[in-house]
Design a protein around this ligand. Sequence first.
Ligand SMILES: [Zn+2]
Length: 307
Amino acid sequence: MATSFADFVKSRKEQENEKDRSASILYAHPTDSTVQRLLSRAGLQGSVEAVINSYLRVTFGTFLHDSVQVSPRQFPEMYAILTECAEKLSIPVPRLLIGPGEGGMGMNAFTFGTDEHSFVHVTSFLALQLSPEELRFVIGHECGHIQNQHVTYLTLAYLLHYQLFNKFWHKPDDYKFPMLATRVPLASWQRRAEVTADRAGAICAGDTEAGARALIKLRLGFASLAQDVDVDAYLAQGEELRKQGLVVRGQELMQTHPLVVKRIKMLRLFAQSDLFYACTGLPRPAGVDLLQRTDLERETEQMVKVL
Ligand SMILES: [Zn+2]
């Protein structure tokens, strides 16, 4: 186990060198893969990583050392889940930290940093309230962001919109256009990156229903309330949304994650696809026509698109 962050980065690089990082990721949402290729071709990655690393040192310097790192000696069951997810996705075992959410409450998980130096954080409340299968989905989802090299751009998006632009939001209208001009396309990519990461979570969990339960718990904030949710009735609310006009549906344009009702439906679609069985290695069910890739992506796009 690494004794310092520098040791951790060094060992991670050594592990990475042993792996073929250029292998294409089969299950990624096609738009997500295309955007990733364009961004890496634009050569932006290297120049923003230095800025992000400086920001992380200033903002998360103590946070990184004060949160509890999951390891074989600390939260060993969660460490086992983490290593299994990393192994399944062929990535080095990432640094996983547990700490309180805002005000000591809140269920949340996120991955921050750059593609080289990243860490996953889960809140204590989430660690307490999710079952091992649901945790496997959530940790697998975060590992999916790492495997698909989303971390640098997701962190950059957070810095731009939550740390920088939001400080100008109450200033004159002059600032609103540049904010919207970057936020809408960035959020559009982010929602598709979340689809990719949800698929990674489902691959790690070997199932999509644990993911559905985890997402409902995250939405409600309390595990005990999730017991009273009728998933089919909840998903029917998503159908009602489709009938709404642009004023209602357009609100999702600024959101970084698809609505939970959509995420669960997209997960269930993935579970009905040949791709899910190809990625998990699970035996294909006899006598069932599995969705082929083009149909899966067409139907997924219908759900993930906002307007
Ligand atoms: Zn995510």
